[in-house]
Design a protein around this ligand. Sequence first.
Ligand SMILES: [Zn+2]
Length: 165
Amino acid sequence: MEGKTHAIGGICLGIATQSYYITQSMDAPETIVYYGACLLGSLLPDICHPGSWTGRRARVLSKGISRFFGHRTITHSILFILLIYWLTSTFSFQYDELVQTGLLVGIVSHLLLDAMTVRGIQLFYPITIRVRFPMYMKTASKAEGIVSSILVLSALFLIYKQLFA
Ligand SMILES: [Zn+2]
């Protein structure tokens, strides 16, 4: 999937998580931190592609991961989710819980979306089986456009529900 679809997906799952699982109300800085983390998390797994938005911002790391692990392997797996969980649990800092939740939500949204593509993902890396939903599509295809439109509509619906229902 393209970066923009992942970004929309991360925000959308972020809103859903906020409305169903995060019970405390968030003030403005907390909201910015949380959604910033969702956005970052939704783009982070593609650090294995040196040409992606994330890859271009962390070029050396990206090239290293790409050469050592290949595309869509470790950064698209349960292992990566555990690694980010561990890293964000190890250090305590301001807003750490919101950052952790946001990052994990973003990464999960990324994996869900990439599991809808032809290549699927290696969810159980280092076991190399590819995981893919029964319905899948090509990256940057019309179908992806439809998925991102559905995500935008879902996000708007969730925002509406949160504000007015
Ligand atoms: Zn990806």
